[in-house]
Design a protein around this ligand. Structure first.
Ligand code: SF4
Ligand code: SF4
Length: 123
């Protein structure tokens, strides 16, 4: 279940708001993501996978709330660990050309300076 948005890392890109299939997140008044409907989370990890700055933590425990501490998660290198375990890295664009969430990342130009353009990736 989604447990944490690290507000120090969140850049307010709204990708998690858009990719979550259960509409768990809202964009807060400060533009940062907030967990608005936690009990609707289906523990699919999509938000953690697509967050460009590793600001989210989804616990593998789908049926229970876990007590998590942001600093502890950072110290244990757990923020973004699902993404890394899936073989994604922040230096390359995730997904395929037919993946709409990949297109969202391109449109939002999130982390563009760190990522190759789609054209270059296809070469
Ligand atoms: S794990 Fe899935 S359902 Fe839960 S908040 Fe993230 S994207 Fe939404
Ligand atoms: S995807 Fe990450 S950086 Fe973007 S709004 Fe959500 S938590 Fe913040």
């Amino acid at each position: 279940m989604i447990e944490l948005v690290n507000s120090d890392r969140c850049i307010g890109c709204d990708i998690c708001v858009k990719v979550c299939p259960r509409d768990v997140f809202d964009s807060g008044d400060d533009g940062l993501a907030v967990i608005a409907r936690k009990s609707d989370c289906q523990t699919c990890f999509l938000c953690e996978l697509y967050c460009p700055v590793d600001a989210l933590y989804v616990s593998p425990h789908a049926e229970q709330d876990d007590e998590v501490d942001s600093e502890q998660l950072i110290a244990q290198n757990l923020l973004g660990s699902y993404t890394r375990n899936m073989g994604w890295s922040r230096g390359k664009m995730g997904g395929t050309d037919k993946d709409p969430t990949r297109q969202l990342r391109i449109l939002n130009r999130v982390g563009r300076e760190e990522q190759p353009t789609p054209q270059r990736q296809l070469l």
